[in-house]
Design a protein around this ligand. Structure first.
Ligand SMILES: NC(=O)c1ccc[n+]([C@@H]2O[C@H](COP(=O)([O-])OP(=O)(O)OC[C@H]3O[C@@H](n4cnc5c(N)ncnc54)[C@H](OP(=O)(O)O)[C@@H]3O)[C@@H](O)[C@H]2O)c1
Length: 335
């Protein structure tokens, strides 16, 4: 299968190449794409060198699938051109997520909505992906009424320049800033821009995308999203109110047997999920499971995942795997 990676020199794009190789996705030809400044640069994939090309050249080479992680404006401009050429786009930006004509997919939750006619498929926001993977089996069992989530998000969620800002600050170098404030030794309660209702766009993404992916508008969600000086992944404190009561040991069992989830919940031995442990793993780690004693039918938990993997690259590659395995793109292949 011919695979184009748009944004191949970025944090998500680099991870995408790593995940494609690790999961042995049947790539017969790789077409790396980046901005004008990177054209001609060499990218290594499975020990071979590939030259970065422009989006125009990539379309001409007719890939079967194009994995986009080059920002919203590039996606808005370029994804329709790929789609018009019959190329299936899986897009990591927020450009298409809430478009009612586009599917927003987390394979563990709603891969079954995909058809061969979906030419632009949206990959959800990283903090939403890890949360819905854990919410889905619980919603199926107890029906979720309301979710209150607070996030502790890694600087890798903002891209290469944010990682540079953190390490420059740590070394005392006065470099370019992508955050409005110092991030090292700090916590910034703002991710993305503020909207008229006082929430940030990141918070609104969590609220709206959760309903769309879960296919249930009745789920109430409220979110506070926060940037912290951490690298390995995003963490979330999640309070979930259900319609029906639950048994805590059954909750643990349900989560443990659900695809993509690892339960790390052994407080007697100080075991709980942390970004250092989630780093470079594909799974969503869930722990600190306990009843909210202030309200009936309500659970508290702590969810951690590597935002560059399950929150971006892995989820996109899993969508491509599903499409390939179900003969919805390119040639029929077994993955
Ligand atoms: N980081 C995360 O956890 C995460 C999670 C989910 C989704 N995303 C989304 O994924 C996208 C990329 O994020 P990132 O963290 O990888 O950012 P990044 O490290 O800044 O990388 C951006 C990539 O886009 C390329 N690019 C920029 N303008 C382009 C253009 N006009 N045409 C072609 N390529 C262009 C860049 O190429 P050059 O190297 O040539 O500049 C680079 O390869 C964003 O839309 C982001 O919202 C990120």
């Amino acid at each position: 299968m011919k695979v184009a990676v748009i944004g191949a020199t970025g944090l998500v794009g680099t991870k995408m190449l790593q995940v494609l190789a690790e999961r042995n996705f049947p790539v017969t030809e790789l077409i790396p794409v980046a901005s004008a400044k990177s054209i001609g640069k060499e990218i290594t994939f499975k020990g071979k060198q590939f030259k970065v090309v422009s989006v125009e050249d990539a379309i001409k080479q007719k890939p079967d699938v194009a994995l986009f992680s080059a920002g919203g404006s590039t996606s808005l401009e370029q994804a329709p051109l790929f789609a018009a050429a019959g190329i299936t786009v899986i897009d990591n930006s927020s450009a298409w997520r809430m478009d009612p004509t586009k599917k927003l997919v987390v394979p563990e939750v709603n891969a079954d909505v995909l058809t061969a006619d979906d030419k632009i498929i949206a990959n959800p926001n990283c903090s939403t992906i890890q949360m819905v993977v854990a919410l889905k089996p619980l919603h199926d069992a107890y029906k979720i009424k309301r979710v209150v989530v607070s996030t502790y998000q890694s600087v890798t969620g903002t891209g290469v320049k944010a990682v540079d800002q953190l390490f420059n600050e740590r070394k005392g170098i006065d470099g370019p800033k992508v955050y409005p404030y110092t991030i090292d030794l700090n916590v910034i309660p703002q991710i993305d821009v503020f909207t008229e209702n006082g929430y940030t766009k990141e918070e609104m993404k969590m609220i709206l995308e959760t309903k769309k992916i879960m296919g249930d508008d009745s789920i109430k969600v409220t979110a506070t999203t926060v940037r912290i000086p951490v690298m390995g992944g995003h963490s979330e404190s999640v309070n979930i109110e259900f319609l029906h009561d639950f048994d805590l040991s059954e909750v643990r069992e349900l989560l443990a047997k659900s695809p993509g989830i690892v339960v790390v919940d052994d407080t007697a031995n100080l075991k709980y999920p942390m970004p250092l442990d989630a780093h470079d793993k594909d799974e969503v780690f869930v722990g600190r499971l306990r009843r909210d004693e202030s309200q009936d039918n309500t659970l508290n938990c702590w969810i951690v995942s590597d935002n560059l993997r399950k929150g971006a690259a892995t989820n996109a590659v899993q969508i491509a795997e599903y499409l390939a395995a179900n003969h919805l793109i390119g040639q029929a292949v077994e993955v």
